[in-house]
Design a protein around this ligand. Structure first.
Ligand code: PMP
Length: 381
């Protein structure tokens, strides 16, 4: 089996699963309980928070646990909008955000907020000049992702940060879900950012766990009302085993991060250089510094993305159409559309997404299969 769909989700790592199991069995108390089982679970929770904060260069009190990227994005965007609605109702985002951002914005529009969706250039990057021009006196939030999940474009977060230095009252949110652990911290962990979103299952932690960064002194309106966990910000009994497992997964992710990112880039380079030799292929992910090392989006022109995915699947190779979240609905890729890609080309797009466990021999095998599949469809077309 070759698993090249790591941007959709990753396989849980063995030792991470072990941490989850041990924590479930031995630290099963409710962290809010007063007895010693509760205290033991509370200590595990807070140690995990401390460890995650240290690995990310955050402070422990800036880390809040969520159920994943979707909740993090919903909470930060709605929580900011509700908190700051008296000061303004204008929000800036981009046309290539994940559905958990775009659909949150749509809900806010229905509640009377005004959202500007910045366009992107033909490589899938937001232009800083467009952002500057979009800022209004009533702008309360800018929400831009660090790495696009469909083509891997890295957005100009630090440059946007410098623009927003002049607008201290505007909150700045960055969805870092696809950027974490790819040796890109200096491209998006910028001091001007007020909120980040992260999701555990993208880095070998269990599903249904994630965390947000909320800069010291910042506040969100809670979306989950209840028992007041997470300092009253996000109620619900903490998922201590998954949190401890995520802390371990993050430590493994951060270990040798640079080398692992270079390995992924090597595999990406092999694939792109090969694709460049084929006829009737479009490649949307480039080999330059403005693209992440793990995502390669391309087409075999004239063949639908689903057909390509299933043809690889028949050979026990797993890739996806551009984004797992919209693929079942058969929706055209929103990112490729925003990049002004012709519809008949966009519907042929597929995404290969790598992780640090993928090897050169897997990529060689993938390329061999790609050639056969490409030739097969060339004859048919
Ligand atoms: N943001 C981005 C950029 C993503 O790629 C994803 C996952 N596809 C999410 C948010 C949502 O994360 P989760 O699956 O943890 O809800």
């Amino acid at each position: 089996m070759i698993y090249f769909d790591n941007s959709a989700t990753t396989k849980i790592e063995d030792s991470v699963l072990n941490t989850y199991n041990v924590a479930s069995q031995q630290y099963f108390g409710n962290p809010s309980s007063l007895h010693k089982l509760g205290l033991k679970a509370y200590e595990l929770l807070e140690t995990s928070r401390k460890n995650i904060a240290k690995l990310m260069n955050f402070k422990p009190h800036e880390v809040f646990f969520t159920s994943g990227g979707t909740e993090g994005n919903n909470w930060i965007i709605k929580g900011t909008a509700f908190k700051k609605r008296e000061f303004g109702k204008h929000i800036i985002t981009s046309a290539v955000e994940h559905p958990s951002v775009i659909n949150t914005m749509t809900q806010l529009e229905q509640l009377g907020f005004d959202v500007t969706y910045l366009p992107v250039d033909k490589t899938g990057h937001v232009r800083v000049e467009d952002l500057k021009n979009a800022i209004r006196p009533d702008t309360i939030l800018v929400s831009i992702m660090a790495v696009n999940n469909e083509v891997g474009s890295i957005q100009p977060i630090t440059q946007i940060g410098r623009v927003l230095d002049d607008y201290p009252s505007i909150s700045f949110h960055v969805d870092g879900t696809q950027a974490i652990g790819k040796d890109l911290d200096d491209r998006f962990i910028d001091p001007r950012v007020d909120y980040f979103t992260f999701s555990g299952h993208k880095f070998h932690a269990p599903r249904g766990i994630g965390f947000i960064y909320m800069k010291s002194g910042k506040q969100l309106e809670p979306l989950m009302a209840g028992g007041g966990q997470e300092k009253g910000q996000r109620s619900g009994t903490e998922n201590t085993p998954a949190i401890a497992a995520m802390a371990r997964a993050l430590r493994l992710l951060k270990d040798n991060e640079k080398v692992k990112a270079q390995e992924m880039l090597k595999l990406k380079t092999m694939l792109i250089q090969h694709l460049e030799k084929l006829d009737n292929v479009h490649i949307f992910s480039k080999l330059d510094d403005d693209f992440a090392p793990h995502i390669i989006c391309f087409t075999l022109d004239g063949v639908r993305g689903e057909t390509i995915v299933h043809t690889f699947e028949d050979r026990d190779i797993y890739i996806s159409t551009t984004s797992a979240c919209s693929s079942k609905k058969g929706l055209e890729s929103s990112t490729l559309k925003a990049m002004n890609t012709q519809e008949n080309i966009a519907t042929s797009a597929v995404r290969v997404s790598l992780d640090e466990n993928n090897t050169e021999s897997e990529m060689k095998e993938f390329i061999k299969n790609l050639d056969e599949i490409h030739d097969h469809f060339q004859i048919l077309n």
